[in-house]
Design a protein around this ligand. Structure first.
Ligand code: AMP
Length: 612
């Protein structure tokens, strides 16, 4: 048994065992099977047993490792649905993560019909969450501020809690939530179980572990150094298109011989292979549910060129050795570096060159960095081929086919057919050729047009970028000292707003981005340049902000002050809509608000301005 201070035991990558062997109740393994997970990820293999046995846990793991299931599966097994009290509490740094974790837990609890899960987070009316809390929920997933608000109002009680989870603890620390977390943990019963997950283990997190866990089991996913020097490695940052659509674009322009596309679930091997097949690419799934005979037959077809794309899970592709694999696509990020190295090692066989492409969603960027660190080289960002690139490739392929056809002996006879047609219909030969080209292209147009670029809406999806605001470097997110020209002009689709919080109040661009992103549900990429002045700041936001949102943003507190947002140049606005003075914080020893950053301040306003 290890104390939080003792060195953790790294666990090697790769599947540990089958879900069925981990001692989970049948209803839960059935749900896992229904989602299509084939084997436990390394962190699941290591965490599920100790958590089922009631141990506290300290897991060094980041998003993408499967940590949600690592804690949810065993802790769900400990819930008694005959009691209508919260028994599992999961604290997350952002509301998007809260929603996502709650959804994942519902999926895993699919065959536990009586089990209720509720997500509570700022930006949503406090009152709206009350009926669900009153009805009784077994699992509460929430951001620390909102959970604390409910505790203070007595709308949430933790006396029946059996387990608590701190998800992305280092993020909560960085976003200034750690004090709230401590307060919440202080209200949980003696002897409840605690699982703490964090990508890094800074001293403050270790201190929390020391204070709130007993003899925790420690896990860390080892990132062994590895190099795969003969493989060209690129990544695409998922944005704008869904991954399947992005893949078909890549397939159109990439010169590949054979390709393995890695996905995480058995279900995805089938659905993606079907989608690629429908788009005209010869593809088949390869997963552990297929019989050995079918798997072998599929690999044979792949080896001898009757099949070009295999969509596979890690387990099914283990040991796959086919020389003609020129490309590996990591459609879903691998769990760890070892899996990555293993995957891309399927290409560049027998001294050939190979290419690997990795799809990385914004929340998986840490995994990308971890891979780069471990393989000791950087992975090159790539952009997707444009529709013009695709058109050019289609035309080139068409021309190649045409040139081949022109060399065929049957050509002469066809000449007479076309000449006769042109003469009878008074049509020029090039018009006839164009008509034939149209016929030849079938339902795959040679010329594709880019759709009109979408104008950003004032309130696109209600989602907040998982990358915490503090992660964004001021230089990329919001230039602190832009050239005059840069800030001089407001983009035609944006409006410049003034915010009554400036450098004298300790504000930084990330505080403003965080507050606006969290409170307005605006994706951070829609938040334009921010300039911090002494007593105020300016920010460019998409046109079309609704009145209610505008009124709400006026009252959102950043660094202890209401933003009192107004349109630049509209002096009348600034006098109006003064928000109530911020509630004094009143917690002894609390650092000044400015030092604690945006989300806390923003969240407090939300709580105060809501109907109760
Ligand atoms: P997480 O690290 O919890 O955010 O999980 C990342 C992704 O991995 C999610 O899309 C999960 O659905 C998926 N996932 C988690 N565990 C497994 C597993 N054992 N097999 C396949 N996919 C998984």
């Amino acid at each position: 048994m290890q104390s939080p201070e003792s060195p953790s035991s790294p666990i090697p990558g790769g599947p540990v065992s089958a879900f069925a062997e981990l001692g989970l109740p049948e209803a839960i393994t059935r749900a896992v099977d229904a989602v299509g997970y084939e084997t436990p990820s390394p962190i699941q293999g290591a965490a599920i047993g100790p958590l089922l046995a009631g141990r506290d846990l300290l897991g060094q793991a980041q998003t993408g490792t499967g940590k949600t299931a690592a804690f949810a599966l065993p802790l769900l097994a400990r819930i008694d649905t005959t009691l209508a009290t919260p028994q599992l509490l999961v604290l997350t740094p952002t509301r998007e993560l809260a929603i996502q974790v709650a959804e994942a837990i519902r999926t895993y609890a699919r065959f536990l019909p009586a089990l209720r899960v509720l997500a509570v987070y700022g930006g949503q009316s406090l009152g709206a969450q009350l009926p669900a809390l009153r009805r009784g929920t077994h699992v509460v997933v929430g951001t620390p501020g909102r959970v604390l608000d409910h505790l203070r109002r007595d709308s949430l009680r933790l006396d029946g809690l059996r387990a608590a989870v701190l998800d992305e603890a280092d993020e909560m620390l960085r976003m200034g939530f750690i004090e709230d977390v401590e307060t919440i943990l202080g209200q949980t019963p003696e002897g409840r179980q605690l699982a703490l997950f964090s990508a890094t283990m800074p001293p403050a997190i270790r201190a929390i572990a020391r204070r709130h866990t007993r003899d925790p089991h420690e896990i860390r996913i080892e990132s062994r150094t590895a190099t795969v020097s003969t493989v060209g490695q690129r990544y695409w940052q998922v944005a704008g298109l869904d991954k399947a659509e992005a893949l078909t674009r890549i397939l159109e322009v990439e010169d590949f011989d054979a390709m393995v596309v890695f996905v995480r679930t058995k279900t995805a091997t089938v659905t993606l292979a079907e989608r690629l097949e429908a788009a005209g690419f010869s593809s088949a799934p390869l997963n552990g549910d297929m019989s050995q005979a079918v798997r072998e037959a599929t690999i044979d077809r792949f080896r001898n060129g009757r099949l070009d794309i295999l969509v596979a899970t890690d387990v099914a592709a283990r040991g796959l050795d086919v020389e003609r694999i020129s490309h590996v696509v990591n459609f879903d990020v691998p769990y760890d570096v070892e899996a990555y190295v293993h995957r891309i090692g399927r290409t560049a066989r027998a001294g050939r060159a190979g290419e690997a492409i990795l799809f990385v969603s914004p929340r998986e960027r840490r995994m990308l960095r971890a891979i780069e660190r471990a393989i000791g080289q950087s992975i090159t960002p790539m952009s997707l081929p444009s529709l013009a690139d695709i058109s050019a490739r289609r035309i080139a392929r068409f021309e190649a086919r045409l040139t081949e056809a022109l060399a065929r002996p049957e050509l002469e006879a066809m000449r007479a057919v076309v000449a006769g047609f042109c003469e009878r219909n008074a049509i020029t030969p090039d018009a006839a050729a164009a008509g034939l080209a149209l016929l030849a292209q079938g339902d795959r147009p040679l010329l594709l047009a880019e759709p009109e670029p979408e104008r950003p809406a004032a309130r696109p999806e209600r989602r907040v970028d998982r990358e915490p605001p503090a992660d964004r470097d001021d230089a990329t997110r919001a230039p602190r000292r832009p050239s005059r020209g840069e800030l001089g002009a407001v983009r035609p689709d944006c409006v410049r707003y003034r915010i009554e919080v400036g450098s004298t109040h300790g504000v930084q661009p990330k505080n403003i981005v965080g507050a606006i992103a969290n409170e307005a549900g605006l994706e951070s990429r829609h938040i334009g340049p921010i300039r911090i002045h002494d007593d105020h700041s300016t920010v460019d936001l998409p046109k079309g902000m609704g009145k209610a949102l505008f009124a709400h943003l006026k009252r959102v507190i950043v660094c202890g002050r209401p933003m009192r947002i107004s349109v630049v140049g509209d002096e009348r606005e600034r006098g109006r809509g003064r928000a109530p003075r911020p509630r004094p914080h009143g917690r002894p020893g609390a650092p000044p608000r400015a030092a604690r950053g945006k989300p806390r301040a923003a969240r407090r306003t939300t709580a105060r301005t809501e109907p109760t």
